[in-house]
Write a protein that binds this ligand. Sequence first.
Ligand code: ARG
Length: 598
Amino acid sequence: MTCFFRRKIAAKLAKTLQQSEDVFVPALTAVPVLKKRPSADFRLSLESLRVNGILASSGDLQLQTENLAAQLKPDSVVEEISARPGLIYFKLNRSLLAEKLLEPFGKGENDNFGLNSELFETLNRGTILVEFSSPNIAKKFHAGHLRSTIIGNFIANLKQSLGNNVIRMNYLGDWGMQFGLLGAGFSRFGCMEKLKENPLQHLFEVYVQVNKEAEHSEDIKLAAKDFFRQLEQHENQSMSLWQQFRDITVKEYQHIYKRLGIHFDVYSGESFHQAQTQEVVRELQSRGLLKTSEKGTGVVDLSPNGDMSNICTVLRSDGTTLYITRQVQARFKTSTGSIHVRGPADQGLAINRKEKYCFDDMIYVTDKSQENHFNQLFQILLTMGNSWAERCRHVSFGLVQGMKTRTGEVVFLEDVLDEARARMLHNMNQSKTTKELENPKDTAEKVGISALIVQDFKGPLRSDYKFDWDRMLQAQGDTGVFLQYTHARLCSLMQRNEGVEAAAFNPSCLCDLTSVAVLKHLLRYDEVLYQSDQDLQPKYLVNFLLKLSHFVASAHRELPVKGSPPDVAQARLRLFSAARSVLASGMRILGITPVQKM
Ligand code: ARG
């Protein structure tokens, strides 16, 4: 295991420098495989030892490196030690590298590989609330919602894999004036049958039509206002229609999220915190934090000097609340601790969520246009004395340009999924193996979704990118299709060689450059997960898996199993099996379901 080697090198350093092993563990990183220099496996950064005070920060770095390197002697684990100013390199015994790294795969599969690394021991594990997807009822599900959905799912999966208790929350846009319009619209253009048959489509149609009519009809505008007033006063009939819209939408979404392999523990929304919003306003008032601006609006002063140079508006001049006011409160305390959420808003929202879920961290996933909103939200919470707001985080992402299907603009999530599946199926039909698939449509769906995810996750999340069906669906090149293809190929290799079982594993059969490249790459898996966890960016993991797939492709070419002597064949199979296991577990964290055949 990776830990084994890191520990061994740390122990060596600890002995030489008379320090505890633990201080060296984070200073050691696995060296990425480079084509030209596949030599060293770990490197120690002297800079980080200086930062930790283990080495004098004023000393000559080159001299410090030379001195330390001279004191370290090779042994049965570390075969070679070399140095460059500021860095010491350790090359491991090749046979031991194969033996220890592949040990966990001795009995076949291992889904935990890399997850028990000591690197994670310093992480504070706890309850993490991840709020993501959060579409708006009756409105378009745009590319931003798709990004929030897959990014939030990745974050939740990652946090869960690293031993946290994760609460997945979908915070629907289920309140506000749009429901006044929808209510007024439904009594004019709505149809119960159509609502039941195709709820998202029908609600959207009604919403579009009523908006159009409202432009030149005072009657409709008045009816909408009236309907929303009835909702705010919880009048039965209006509430029951609203509830129906909401229930039917949630049910439909659940079905579509299932296609993506995603579930939510809680469907919350803006409607849940209406009552508490006033509480937040009272709280702000009683703490003397609510000020009146020149325009007569209610504001919180966030400027460091209290000179109103940075204010956040929380109340309109007529006293009604805004999106941000609805965001402070979140969930109610329950004695049982079970999840039960009731009724709209982010300030109130955040406070109630804290009380109800007792989370240690809360992560919001939305596009970057809401960065300012969340900064202000966190500042208001801190100003109110909620120090836990320091552990709230907004993960933001850039815009997607040009997400279209053959029939035009994307309105619903389902459109994108259907298109991905149809295009993938079309590509797959060109190959012979598709005919052997039990359920080609299902395979096409899984592969199509991986293509969407990998395209989205390759770069930094904050970057905008151009949506490109053809590029993302290429079988070669750095795509989700390539990951799936590699996985399926490994599965078929395992299947074809099921009978191969040598008496004992001989790790010395894996000392060639191609095998070592795969092994060395696997050695980095825990660091990649660690970095992903720190930055909450999927690009490290995606690029790691793509690179792994490239190494596996070379291994397929250069390391035949069939026709090799039994111990070589068996050792190679174990290497392939480890690669398959890590590939599958990484793909699952990304939110991709690996396919066995394609
Ligand atoms: N429904 C919102 C939108 O579509 C996103 C909600 C984000 N979450 C929050 N707590 N404000 O833009």
